[in-house]
Structure formats: C-alpha cells, structure tokens
Design a protein around this ligand. Structure first.
Ligand code: DON
Length: 349
C-alpha cells in the first residue's frame, strides 16, 4: 500500500470518528440542552430518596380540610415540552390546586383583556408580605399588588367576563382543563371547608372595593375564587399545566395553543417575582425558575422550552410553600442545570 493511500484512509477514519457521535447525539435528543431521559430519571429518584423522610413543615390548617390530608403523601412529576412524562410516588392523588390556580386565571384574564389592561388593573409588584396580607392592600400604590397574592388574585378573577357567577366559574374550570389537557373537577369538600372559613378573603375583597380595585360584585368574586382554589389536580396534571407554559402556551399532549404565546413571558415574570410570596427572592436566588405554590402542598416550576416539574407534599413552611417540594425542585433544577440565570441552562460551559 502506498504511503498516500494509508494517509488518506487515516484521514477518512478520523473525520468519520468526529462526525458519528455528534449525529448519534442529535438523534437521541431534540434539543442540545435537554438532558437525556435516564439522567432525569436518576436525578428524580435521588431527590425522592433524599427527601422522602423529611419531616419539616406542617399542613395548612386555616382551611380545616387541608389539616386532615395525609402529611406523608409525596409525588413528583415531570412533563417535557415533547410530552415525555416521568413520575414517582403519589402522583395519582388529587389535591386542591389552591393558589397555583391564580396563574391560570391570570392567563385567562389576559386572553380576554390583553396584558396591558391586566397590568393596569392589577399590577405586578412584589408585596414582600404574606399571601393574604391586609396591610399590603392598604400600603401598595396599586392596592391589588399582583395577580398571585390573594387580593390581586380575587381582583383578577373579578375581571373574567360572564353573564353570572356560574358562567364565569364554568369558563374558568373549562380553561384549566384545556391547560391540563383533560377535564378537571372541583373537590367539593375542599370548597365547602374554605367557603365556611374565608372571612379574611371577604375582608380583602371589601377593602379592594373601597379603593375601586375589584371589578365585579366582591363576594361573588370571592366565591368563584374559592371554587378555583378547590379544583383537584394530581402531580401529573399539574406538571402538564406547567409544561403548557414551558411550551409557549401549547399543551404538549393535545397540541392546542391554549395560552397566547405573547402572554407567556408576562406570566413567567409574575411567577418569578411573586410565585412563592415573601420567599420568592430566596427562591430566585437558589433555584432560578418561575414557580407557583399552593397551600394544598403543590408547587410547579417551569423550565422554559424544556418542561415543568410538579411536586406534591402537604407540609408547608411559614410562607405557605411546601417544604419537600421546594427541596426536590431545587435539587433537580441544580443537577439538571435548569437555573435560567445560569449560562449552562442554554448549554454554555
Ligand atoms: O385563599 C386562600 O387562602 C387559599 N385558597 C389559597 C392560598 C394559597 O394557596 C397560598 N399559597 N401558597
């Protein structure tokens, strides 16, 4: 064999070796920054094992029903923007969505009125106070604060159009169903329990009326809001609702554009700023993902373009956020480089 032939064969082998692995990688992964399924599975399993015995926090008890929910329930679900579903633990248990509903009523209000009107009528400033704070309503220039605290959320619900309270409620429930990709149902016992004890929210609604910052009959608005908080979801359904946001408003299971693409950044910005109430700053610092918690024990976090992780575990910290859910999401987000503010979230070293 001539020296030239040997050299040419050598060059071909080197070039082929350089090309083949990158093609193989491209075939197994839709996005250069999406982690492989086995990697995600391993990390979720690690988080589940690490935190399942954590006994920190306490169930919400100001809504009597929530105090009786089994504190040991623990489920994790991830839904990706290409509709891969990964679940572990108690993912079929239907818990009340609570404040996580506020995100989706905000989305519906923007569908109906557009983001500018919603921003003008509700605002999007952090309160730095508890989610049900009365002083925040008095002190904040907008009074409503933002759509994710109780006062701002009740005002956001009051923006939804309809000939009567039933029509508004049915519209909200149907909208949540489209975001989840399947019909959702009210947990009647949660609704009754909260409706019998929600004097604080009624007071917030009347205070908003004093400032002309509620846009429908105040007690009707509180009642619809109480129903929206009592909608049942399991961890998988909640993860799919989050994945719809991660997927620019298109439900990854049904392919339907349920939330306008241009509204999604406003929703995610609001979640970053107020999704975990007065601990949103610490959450942004440690995790770097838009998220929303509910006193039912759920938290959903969004990795834009990639997917969403939902965790359900009832015991809450002082701010009203699930202790285990925060730990799991922080762990998974860190291991998978999901932090939006980190260059590695877009594949940069
Ligand atoms: O209005 C309330 O107090 C409850 N329905 C919802 C509060 C809530 O979920 C706060 N979240 N962490």
């Amino acid at each position: 064999m001539s020296r030239t032939l040997v050299r040419n064969i050598f060059v071909v082998v080197i070039v082929a070796a350089a090309i083949v692995p990158s093609r193989a990688l491209a075939q197994t992964s839709l996005s250069p920054v999406a982690p492989r399924r086995e990697v995600v599975e391993a990390v979720v399993r690690e988080a589940y094992d690490k935190f399942r015995g954590d006994t920190g926090g306490k169930n919400a008890d100001y809504i009597p029903y929530l105090a009786q929910v089994d504190s040991k329930l623990f489920g994790i679900a991830i839904v990706t923007t290409d509709n891969q579903v990964l679940t572990l633990g108690d993912v079929n248990y239907s818990f009340s969505i609570q404040s996580i509903s506020k995100v989706f009523t905000l989305a519906l209000a923007m569908e109906e009125l557009g983001p500018d009107k919603v921003f003008q009528q509700i605002g999007s400033e952090p309160t730095g106070r508890a989610f049900n704070s009365v002083p925040a309503v008095v002190d904040m220039p907008t009074h409503t604060g933002n759509p994710l605290v109780n006062a701002g959320a009740i005002a956001t619900t009051s923006l939804i159009s309809g000939k009567d309270a039933d029509e508004k409620w049915n519209k909200i429930l149907a909208f949540y169903g489209k975001v989840a990709g399947e019909q959702l149902k009210l947990i009647d016992d949660v609704y009754k329990s909260e409706a019998a004890t929600n004097t604080g929210n009624k007071a917030l609604a009347m205070l908003l009326a004093k400032y002309d910052r509620i846009y429908s009959e105040p007690f009707d608005s509180v009642d619809i809001y109480t129903k929206q908080c009592s909608v049942g979801v399991n961890a998988s359904q909640l993860a799919r609702m989050g994945a719809t946001l991660a997927n620019n408003g298109v439900n990854p299971a049904t392919g339907e554009q349920v939330i306008k693409r241009e509204d999604v950044p406003y929703i995610l910005a609001t979640m970053t700023m107020a999704g975990l109430y007065d601990s949103s700053g610490g959450w942004a610092w440690h995790v770097g993902l838009p998220a929303k918690s509910g006193v039912g024990g759920g938290i959903v976090a969004i990795a834009p373009g990639k997917g969403a992780i939902a965790v359900f575990a009832p015991p809450l910290d002082e701010a009203g956020n699930s202790v285990k859910a925060q730990k799991v999401i922080e762990y998974v987000a860190q291991k998978l480089n999901y932090n939006l503010y980190s260059p590695s979230s877009v594949g940069l070293k």
